[in-house]
Ligand binder design. Structure first.
Ligand SMILES: [Fe+2]
Length: 462
């Protein structure tokens, strides 16, 4: 079951949709052509199944275009009713199916369609310029209304379910999507016009099917693009795992740093999305080390000043390694990679930032990194016990670490989390188990770190 507030919102939405349908019903004779109804109902079913993956983990089906076409062909109540009834969920009957997500998606799509229908009707009655201009303006207004109702309700339900602020969900996931809706709007009108103008064998449906086929195949471009991005995320994960596996002292280092940083973030009240992101940032924070030769990275003896300098370049090299995906990496994640070796007193590197000049996420990962390294030990320094490491961290509050973070860390440590004892952590997170215990890269990576839900039936703009 969803949280109560999500359920209440669903009920409100359902009541609004039912009320609107009731108001819009003609209460008089109305006899649509049964062939039209069957054809457009089938199109809605097909369009819902063909999801197009969009950047930033969003997805969009062609249902919007079909709904828009229906709005121009049928009265609003009928278009909305068709969308509500025939928007079958792709997971229907499968184990991942959740009835309330399905009902939410149907209701918000139905509500968006009925209001878009009203907007279309209003534009036809009041924008009395040239008929072509009237239709063009009408379809744009209808698509904007659909966009705001559809994406607005999805944004709100994600806010309710994840605790992330409305502003954040909106700007990070959907604020840019209105352009896509506006660009697709003419296709909706074109579908409707094609249906009304029989070009092939006396029936407009053939042209519509041909256009839908073109739309359907256009999705492969996006699918491939998203697959390439996911493959890059996988590569980064593999690089991090390989880096950790090189040295017995660093086995599962990034996993444990991520677990500690995630715990601190959770305790500090970060929302679910940010906890996921900071965990991801902690996992890849040392990615720049792939650019440092093993002979230096694994050297058991003392490093020369030049070698030391090279090691100290790994935060900056991290951004170079991640360059191809940099535009998709949130700034906070980039900050972690570059600034996780800064120290509270300003004696760290690479920028010698001090106190709150150091980005908060980087301060958290720095602390987690230090605790993990102390309890793991290195070839040149024996491992500390958890208690010794905690004492050291407390001693370094205000010097190496943010004192407030140290207080959070100490309180967490006293609760004996799984990461407190390294041996215990490694036993629990042997490689196969850890791979299944963490979300897969395509879910935790930046492409979907923005997405609080990961199943294919997540609420999404249609
Ligand atoms: Fe590092």
């Amino acid at each position: 079951m969803p949280p109560l507030r999500v359920l209440l919102f669903l009920l409100v939405l359902l009541a609004a949709f039912a009320g609107l349908l009731y108001l819009l019903l003609p209460f008089g004779p109305y006899a649509p052509n049964p062939l039209d109804l069957v054809f457009w109902a089938a199109l809605i079913v097909i369009a819902r199944r063909a999801h197009v993956a969009l950047p930033f983990s969003a997805s969009m089906s062609h249902a919007f275009v079909v709904a828009l076409a229906a709005v121009t062909l049928f009265p609003p109540w009928l278009a909305a009713g068709l969308v509500f009834v025939f928007s079958f969920n792709r997971d229907f009957g499968r184990p991942g199916y959740t009835w309330y997500k399905d009902l939410f998606n149907r209701t918000q799509s139905g509500l968006a369609t009925s209001l878009a229908g009203l907007a279309w009707g209003w534009a036809q009655a009041h924008l009395g310029a040239h008929p072509y201009l009237q239709e063009a303006a009408g379809i744009l207004v209808a698509s904007l209304v659909y966009f705001f109702v559809n994406v607005g309700s999805v944004t709100y339900v994600i806010h309710l379910a994840s605790g992330a602020s409305l502003r954040k969900v909106w700007f990070e996931n959907y604020s840019w999507l209105w352009v896509s809706y506006l660009l697709q709007a003419p296709i909706g009108l074109l579908l409707a016009k094609a249906y009304q103008t029989p070009l092939i064998w006396g029936w407009g449906g053939f042209t519509v099917l041909f256009m839908m086929l073109l739309l359907y195949f256009s999705r492969f471009y996006w699918d491939e693009k998203v697959k390439i991005e996911a493959a890059f995320d996988d590569t980064i994960e593999v690089l991090v795992a390989a880096l950790d596996a090189k040295d017995p002292f660093t086995r599962l280092h990034s996993e444990r740093v991520a677990a500690i940083a995630g715990s601190i973030a959770k305790r500090m009240g970060f929302d679910e999305q940010d906890v996921k992101r900071i965990t991801y940032a902690a996992r890849i924070h040392d990615i720049g080390k792939v650019a440092i030769p093993d002979s230096i990275l694994l050297k058991p003896g003392k490093l020369t000043p030049e070698e030391f300098e090279l090691i100290r370049s790994h935060p900056k090299k991290g951004l170079e390694v991640l360059h191809p995906m940099r535009s998709r990496l949130p700034q906070e994640v980039q900050n972690v990679i570059v600034h996780h070796h800064e120290r509270w007193d300003g004696s760290g590197y690479p920028s010698r930032l001090r106190e709150e000049q150091i980005p908060l996420w980087a301060r958290i990962v720095a602390l987690a990194d230090a605790y993990e390294a102390m309890t793991a030990g290195r070839a040149y320094s024996p491992a500390k016990t958890p208690q010794e490491a905690l004492n050291e961290i407390i001693m370094q509050a205000g010097r190496q670490f943010d004192p407030q973070l140290v207080r959070h860390f100490e309180a967490l440590w006293l609760e004996s989390p799984i990461w407190k004892d390294r041996g215990e952590f490694l036993r629990r997170y042997t490689l196969p188990a850890h791979l299944s215990a963490w979300p897969s890269p395509s879910h935790s990576g930046p492409a979907s770190a923005t997405s609080p839900t990961s199943s294919s039936d997540r609420p999404g703009p249609s």
